[in-house]
Design a protein around this ligand. Structure first.
Ligand SMILES: [Mg+2]
Length: 404
């Protein structure tokens, strides 16, 4: 069997102007999300589907370039082809999330082909099932949303944002009680120096969080280590990283307790299986990132998380933009806060090309309204949250919904 071509399918996932895709619409500035799906075709008639989430509109070009080194190859040899794609990018300065995103979608499609050819679900090829359902968590900016999620059986919620994280956590914990897992995402802000992140973390300790995510800029690994050593809350990080080398320091130094690879851009199922093994050796768990992630990569995450021992949970936006279910053959089944692991051969999902074509890509970069206004108190990046520090570290009533 030989690879004959690689097709790409780029789409807008939610209209840019209508904020249509988030569970908490008030917190979302726009929907600049694009989803990029790939199909790897073979001369035997088998094809596989995959998804790339790093910067989809840019990755589409990367996938077309990489296709040139794949056509004519045997799709069975996934590791060899992954390494070939990696070597092909060396002259470009290696990967980043664009190169890794391109390899991710192709790798995912190769696993799909292998499963279809062998008549086995991908989890079976990864060693079989540790579990047949994957616990999910969703987002809540307000106690009301968190209570709604709990009522639907989703027993893990994450809040956060750049304002009032402490107040939000306090209000949500009071509303949901102690039988729901609660997490906070601080989004890796450079405006939160390690000392403030430690102060905030210590103030959050009484709320028994499952993890505190990206408390400082993720590039500051030594700073993250200081935060982790000073705060009695597990630390989660890594949604922006790619390939096993991206997480190496965080894992080997045991700075984090949870890693959050994005299944659409981490490097593919092949890389994530290796990453899970690296983490397992250090008693670190996986809670893959979602948000920008589309529905095909979510299926890939289910197969991987079914097959590894150190699965914590899968992030999921409830309810996402309605088109999410329209562009795939069928969504995964959600039962009592868990997604059921698919059992069909391969990934068990296909894209609906006509539906994808209805949503052409229009915009794939975003910045929150007022998100960067140098010279004002709304100057993000280095200033904003260093001002009004007392308010940030207060449990006073939240001022309003914020972007998660
Ligand atoms: Mg995050």
């Amino acid at each position: 069997m030989r690879i004959t071509c690689v097709e790409t399918f780029l789409m807008q996932a939610g209209a840019p102007e209508d904020r249509a895709w988030a569970s908490d619409k008030a917190g979302v500035q726009n929907s600049s999300r694009n989803w990029l799906f790939v199909k790897v075709h073979t001369d035997d008639g088998f094809y596989g589907v995959g998804e790339c989430s790093g910067w989809p509109r840019v990755i589409e070009a990367a996938v077309r370039d990489l296709a040139e080194v794949l056509v004519g190859e045997d799709p069975a040899h996934i590791e060899k082809l992954w390494q070939k794609m990696m070597v092909a990018q060396m002259a470009h300065g290696m990967t980043g999330v664009v190169g890794a995103g391109a390899m991710t979608g192709i790798d995912m499609a190769l696993w799909d082909i292998k499963g279809k050819v062998l008549g086995a679900p991908v989890w079976s090829l990864l060693g079989g099932q540790v579990r047949d359902r994957i616990r999910i968590y969703s987002h809540a900016s307000t106690p009301e949303v968190a209570v709604e999620l709990k009522a639907r059986g989703i027993m893990a919620v994450k809040t956060g944002g750049v304002r009032d994280p402490l107040a939000k956590v306090a209000a949500i914990r009071e509303a949901i009680g102690n039988d729901v897992d609660l997490m906070v995402d601080l989004h890796g802000p450079p405006w939160l120096p390690p000392k403030d992140a430690i102060a905030l973390g210590r103030a959050l300790e009484p709320y028994h969080l499952l993890f505190m995510e990206d408390p400082i800029a993720p590039e500051n690994i030594d700073g993250l280590a200081r935060v982790a050593d000073s705060v009695a809350i597990p630390i989660a990080a890594g949604e922006r990283l790619a390939t096993i080398w991206g997480w190496r320091s965080l894992i080997e130094r045991e700075i984090v307790d949870v890693i959050q690879p994005d299944t659409g851009r981490a490097g593919g199922i092949s890389q994530m299986k290796k990453l899970a093994g690296m983490a397992e050796a250090h008693h670190i768990m996986l809670a893959p990132h979602s948000g920008s992630l589309g529905p095909v990569a979510e299926f890939a995450a289910l197969h991987l998380l079914a097959a590894i021992p150190n699965t914590l949970m899968l992030e999921r936006i409830e309810s996402d933009w309605v088109g999410r279910n329209e562009v795939i053959s069928a969504p995964p089944v959600l039962e009592n806060g868990h997604l059921i692991v698919p059992t069909a051969p391969g990934l068990g999902v296909d894209i609906v090309e006509e539906a994808v074509a209805r949503y052409p890509s229009r915009r794939n970069v975003s910045i929150a309204a007022g998100g960067y206004e140098p010279g004002t108190e709304a100057e993000h990046v280095y200033v904003q949250m260093r001002l009004h520090r007392a308010a940030y570290l207060s449990t006073a009533k939240p001022s309003g919904a914020e972007t998660l």
